[in-house]
Ligand binder design. Structure first.
Ligand code: AHR
Length: 494
């Protein structure tokens, strides 16, 4: 393959990378909570019933924010079911995933978990079967100082200090007919406006996320977003985007190009937020909150058959999925001017980077891709110019073999690079026009057969290893193996 050149300049900044794009998502779904993060009967359980082995693995991902309790689950959830003495909490029939929900894990347990992992809690209120007032009361329970009915209840449940939940989602995927309480955009907008007003009246410091379109495949894509944002005005600080992708046709070249359409999705929703802010003659515009994203196409069945913690959505990931996960994050970094929050969906067992089986734990391929970028997250996203070979995707047009993102952190430059070629090496030169590259500080690579996955028997079949292929001499050169992901930190000359 001909050489690809990536040219950077330290002044060509897109914006600060928001640390909150390294978020996750925990839903009451399958074995995500129960037997996932929370299992008092496990040999690994701590005094709070949380699995220490799972916590230790998740800590490596250095996530900053986690969304809870759903997902589709949120649209039928009444938060009061999940507080107070555990033996008095109701066991209910959960409709979104057709499961039994014992409510032994709820708001206070979630916040406790967040504190153990330094995550900011992010809660999604029920705007399906719940009321705006119920949403307001939840803000009161979590965020008010003691002295109100709900805050005093929180204190009685063991948390004198407010939980200080900063970000609240106004429902989940309300544009989808599968959602409990789904309504047309205009009706959702009224519910969301009423809820957001009361929630913000209760705590002026919170930020809200309006439900945007579930994805570009929706008939109402962008129309929904426009109508909702128009009605909510300044009450929506963010608008949500969701996206799940998969290699349904067994066409890996096409699959590795799918993140070109993630770029387009981001740019289309951003255009919508710009339209709204111009229309409102406001200098503010809603940020993008990509609060569900991942590869998910194999384990699609969502019927738990009335069981407790059924095995649902237990997707097993291979190397090509990990490359796509890396490219999602790289797309968010390249759109640092508008993508402010993002949540990998999900964390444990359910389309998760971490799997448990009994007391065992295994890290999936996507775990490594996420960690490699998250460990190098701080800095300014740089706009890079790429010159090099491309191929033509059936649905995604011209696709560069190199997908990249670059982050400048003082004298350090982080470069992320995927070689999308299925069979050819990619010779790469990185040139930072105004700051010579002095040396490599550290570099790692994720590379294996495309379909290779990790398993409980072979947990390290796909794992990142050090990469020693760089040669630096003001610029940097390396040959990237086919279908590989490399994350490198360079030192720059001042
Ligand atoms: O993450 C699994 C599900 O996908 C979520 O519950 C829902 O919001 C989305 O459709």
């Amino acid at each position: 393959m001909h050489r690809t050149t990536l040219t950077l300049h330290s002044q060509f900044s897109i914006g600060d990378v928001s640390p909150l794009i390294f978020g996750g998502f925990l839903e009451h779904l399958g074995r995500s909570i129960y037997t996932g993060v929370y299992d008092p009967s496990s040999a690994h359980a701590d005094a709070d019933g949380m699995r220490v082995d799972v916590i230790d693995a998740l800590r490596e991902l250095q996530m900053t924010i986690v969304r809870y309790p759903g997902g589709n689950f949120a649209s039928g959830y009444h938060w009061r079911d999940g507080i107070g003495p555990k033996d008095a909490r109701p066991k209910v029939r959960e409709l979104a995933w057709q499961s039994i929900e014992p409510n032994t894990f709820g708001t206070d347990e979630f916040v406790k978990l967040c504190r153990k992992l330094d995550w900011q809690p992010m809660l999604a209120v029920n705007l399906g079967t719940g009321t705006p007032e119920e949403a307001r009361d939840w803000v009161d329970y979590c965020n008010s100082p003691t002295g109100t009915r709900f805050a005093d209840e929180r204190a009685a449940n063991g948390s004198e200090a407010p939980h200080a939940v900063p970000i609240w989602c106004l429902g989940n995927e309300m544009d989808g007919p599968w959602q409990l309480g789904h309504v047309p955009a205009g009706q959702y907008a009224i519910r969301a406006q009423q809820a957001a007003k009361m929630m913000k009246d209760c705590d002026r410091s919170i930020a809200t996320v309006a439900c945007g379109s579930t994805g570009p495949m929706m008939d109402t894509f962008l129309e929904w977003d426009r109508e909702v944002l128009e009605h909510l005005g300044g009450l929506a600080d963010y608008v949500s985007l969701h996206r799940y992708v998969g290699n349904r046709n067994g066409d890996s070249a096409e699959f590795l190009a799918v993140t070109n359409s993630v770029d387009r999705q981001i740019e289309a929703v951003d255009a919508c937020t710009r339209f709204i802010s111009e229309q409102r003659q406001s200098s503010e515009r809603a940020g993008l909150c990509f609060d569900e994203w991942n590869v998910w196409y194999r384990a699609r069945g969502g019927d738990g058959g009335g069981a407790f913690a059924p095995e649902l959505l237990e997707e097993r990931y291979n190397l090509e999925d990990a490359l796509v996960v890396a490219m999602f994050l790289m797309s968010f970094i390249r759109h640092a001017d508008c993508v402010k929050i993002a949540n990998l969906a999900q964390l444990v067992n359910v389309i998760g980077p971490v799997m448990t089986r009994g007391d065992d734990l295994m890290k999936q391929t996507i775990f490594h891709a996420f960690r490699m970028i998250s460990a190098r997250k701080m800095g300014i996203s740089l706009r890079g110019a790429v010159r090099g070979p491309t191929y033509t995707g059936e649905r995604y047009g011209e696709v560069a073999y190199l997908d990249h993102a670059a982050v400048l952190d003082g004298d350090r430059l982080h470069v992320f690079a995927v070689n999308r070629s299925l069979d050819e090496d990619l010779p790469l030169t990185i040139d930072c026009a105004d700051r010579p590259i002095a040396k490599v500080l550290d570099a790692e690579i994720l590379h294996a057969p495309l379909q290779a996955e990790n398993s409980f028997d072979e947990p390290n079949a796909v794992a990142a290893v050090p990469f020693d292929g760089w040669v630096t001499n003001r610029s940097a050169e390396a040959v990237l193996p086919p279908h590989s992901f490399t994350a490198t930190t360079f030192a720059l000359d001042p």
